[in-house]
Ligand binder design. Structure first.
Ligand SMILES: Cc1cc2nc3c(=O)[nH]c(=O)nc-3n(C[C@H](O)[C@H](O)[C@H](O)COP(=O)(O)O)c2cc1C
Length: 406
């Protein structure tokens, strides 16, 4: 309400302004069991935390009097034109967060002009997603055995996907104790306290019962609870594959005629090997800290990977992006674009497709403002002169010397 020259609100907490506001709001919309799945990670959450703090290891170094008031954020990722260098990361079982989660991401991404990487463990089948989409998106493959990979690749191609992101950092599932502590598992462990918690989220509970979008629809059919649980078991049995190796990547390269990215690469030597096999890009990622706890934060791993790839393929990054300035730092350190995982789930949890759209719009506005303040016109003009390692002066000099001699 507007009166006496002021905007009046009945409650003090207005619209979320930042991704962190969305995180706080999202945590209230789902039971703790589900929140432990969205927000958690492996073991002691060291890598989850490191993915965030790694951004504090770098300061931005602005130029003044740059004279730019417009920015070009557009680029191409995996052959797909995007209005900004931010895509949504694949997240499985989105229906746990909100029944419409996978479609929310697609609709929101299209409205802001970007694209999604759709998870193998989506709660809408890849065909349903392709039907609902107005644009082409990318498909993320948990490769598992050659047989399962071949079927999913054929289905994805037939549905119109031309960009494949193969996730290679799940030779086994990380130790997510936080989930187990909250009873998240197959089957979920229910206690009176947990049932009460579900009852405190009637909207969420109603949607689960009404829409039954909690299981992975690419992995098992049917919409009952048994099918949902079976889909998680199928994923663990067939798609998580400790024997996956470089020959499998070569096989996928031979059998996928669109663009092929490996997601979950942290070492320069692995990135070079992937590029030598003909992949179009790598995603520097530790799976949002959900796999190997203690694994190097993505941003820390990025400069060496970008140097080793040396422009022969695209380098993307995910893990811990929560601000436009995080995107700017990643691009300055050699990423061509980034993926965001949890922020989109926060958006879905709070307000469905409008929530994801707002999350992506916040990032876009923050990137634009950040570029203006940094004195840079286009995202492709970002380079290492725009960042400087934080820390003591001596450490800075050592790190800068290391970067300039790499
Ligand atoms: C709830 C959840 C589910 C995920 N499921 C998948 C998945 O199915 N496939 C995959 O490759 N990565 C998956 N990831 C990892 C994300 O693709 C991405 O690497 C990570 O979320 C990036 O970190 P961020 O959440 O800090 O942005 C998942 C992440 C989360 C949080």
């Amino acid at each position: 309400m507007r009166a006496f020259g002021f905007d009046w609100q009945w409650r003090s907490s207005g619209e979320p302004l930042s991704i962190d506001d969305y995180r706080r709001a999202a945590s209230r919309t789902v039971p703790r069991m589900v929140w432990s799945y969205i927000e958690g990670g492996a073991d002691d959450l060291r890598t989850v935390a490191g993915n965030r703090t790694a951004f504090d290891d770098w300061w931005l170094v602005p130029s003044v009097l740059a004279g730019h008031d417009t920015h070009d954020l557009s680029t191409r990722v995996a052959g797909l034109p995007v209005s900004m260098p931010v895509l949504t990361a694949p997240t499985g079982f989105n229906g746990l967060t909100r029944w419409s989660g996978d479609l929310d991401a697609i609709r929101a991404a299209e409205r802001v002009g970007t694209r999604c990487v759709v998870s193998t463990a989506a709660t809408w089948s890849l065909e349903e997603i392709a039907d609902a989409a107005g644009e082409q998106h990318a498909f993320q493959l948990y490769p598992g055995s050659e047989g399962v990979a071949a079927v999913l690749m054929r289905r994805a191609w037939a549905a119109g996907f031309r960009s494949l992101f193969v996730t290679v950092d799940v030779p086994t599932v990380g130790n997510r104790e936080g989930e187990r502590r909250e009873g998240m598992g197959v089957p979920p462990v229910l206690t009176p306290r947990r049932l009460l918690d579900v009852a405190r989220h009637p909207r969420w509970a109603y949607d689960v019962v009404r829409h039954r979008r909690i299981g992975g629809r690419n992995l098992a059919s049917g919409n009952g609870v048994t099918a949902a649980l079976a889909s998680i078991e199928v994923q663990e049995r067939h798609l998580v594959q400790s024997r996956l190796n470089w020959d499998d990547v070569a096989w996928m390269r031979d059998n996928w005629h669109g663009s092929l990215y490996l997601k979950g690469v942290l070492r320069p030597d692995d990135a070079v090997r992937a590029v030598d096999l003909g992949v179009d890009g790598v995603v520097v990622s530790n799976h949002g800290g959900r796999q190997l706890d203690g694994a190097i934060p993505s941003l820390t791993a990025l400069p060496a990977v970008a140097d080793a790839v040396a422009g022969r393929a695209q380098v993307l990054l995910d893990g811990g992006i929560r601000r436009g300035t995080d995107v700017i730092k990643a691009l300055a350190l050699g990423a061509d674009a980034v993926l965001v995982g949890r922020p989109c789930l926060y958006g879905t949890a709070v307000a469905g497709d409008r929530g994801v759209e707002h999350v992506l719009t916040i990032l876009r506005q923050e990137i634009e403002r950040g570029l203006t303040l940094l004195g840079v016109r286009d995202v492709r003009d970002l380079d290492r002169t725009h960042v400087r390692p934080a820390g003591t002066r001596d450490q800075n000099e050592i790190s800068i010397a290391a970067i300039t001699t790499q």
